[in-house]
Ligand binder design. Structure first.
Ligand SMILES: C[S@@+](CC[C@H](N)C(=O)[O-])C[C@H]1O[C@@H](n2cnc3c(N)ncnc32)[C@H](O)[C@@H]1O
Length: 224
């Protein structure tokens, strides 16, 4: 009886009191799935053949929910993350410190417009996890120009998008957009890239029992 009550109190408390990391990563998504989403992102990139020697750009890296294992794995200086919100980048820096990864010299870039970002680096791998569907169409267009400019000749850009025929909505200060495959085909073609549809997030192993698992499709963009 006592053990059962203790168990109930503990589980209730766990639901109410969020851990430091749950609070931090709530800035980029549902707090209860941050670890799952972290592991999914890293495993996805490994499955695509990510090498320690690759130079990776994590567009819309946020609090480094996904970035931490990438930083851990990649060679020193090879992780780049960029975001438009200083607050999430600050949390990302705390996450790097807590994980004792400062020696890996990750590059975190704060910016306002893709057109103003001028980096002295080319990336083998570019990744935008749960980011493209938060971009207005004109911002998506400049994002693709940035990708075309920064992607190495044989590199790949991976991004999940919302492809269902739903009305656009909002998430914090950003929109949530649903666009057709044609929309992304056009963006790719305009920027000298082609698109491969990799499948839904669920088909790729992302199973959080939410509609987004099937609504979101992973796309791979490569240079023609
Ligand atoms: C759903 S969160 C995903 C964060 C991270 N990729 C992850 O999976 O943990 C979307 C992120 O995109 C960022 N974002 C929104 N608009 C952006 C833009 N125009 N350029 C770059 N990042 C943007 C937000 O600040 C936010 O951190």
């Amino acid at each position: 009886m006592f053990n059962k009550t203790l168990f109930l109190v503990r589980t209730t408390l766990k639901k109410i009191v969020k851990s430091k990391q749950e609070i931090r990563h709530a800035l980029v998504g549902a707090p209860n799935v941050w670890k799952y989403t972290r592991e999914f992102q890293f495993q996805f990139l490994l499955d695509q053949g990510l090498q320690k020697t690759d130079t990776l750009m994590d567009i819309g890296c946020g609090t480094l929910r996904g970035g931490i294992p990438m930083i851990q794995y990649l060679n020193k200086g090879n992780y780049y993350g960029m975001d438009v919100r200083d607050q999430v980048l600050d949390e990302g820096r705390k996450e790097i410190k807590a994980a004792k990864l400062e020696d890996k010299k990750p590059n975190l870039i704060s910016f306002d417009h893709f057109s103003e970002v001028d980096l002295d680096a080319q990336f083998n791998v570019m990744f935008a996890f749960s980011v493209l569907f938060h971009l207005e169409d004109d911002i998506a267009a400049s994002c693709f120009q940035f990708v075309a400019k920064s992607l190495a000749k044989n590199g790949a850009f991976y991004a999940n998008v919302n492809m269902d025929d739903f009305e656009d909505g909002n998430w914090v200060e950003f929109p949530v957009v649903f666009r057709s495959q044609e929309f992304y085909n056009n963006l790719a073609a305009k920027n000298g890239m082609e698109v491969l549809v990799m499948g839904s997030m669920l088909e790729l192993g992302h199973d959080t029992k939410k509609n987004s698992d099937t609504q979101q499709i992973m796309l791979k963009f490569t240079k023609v």
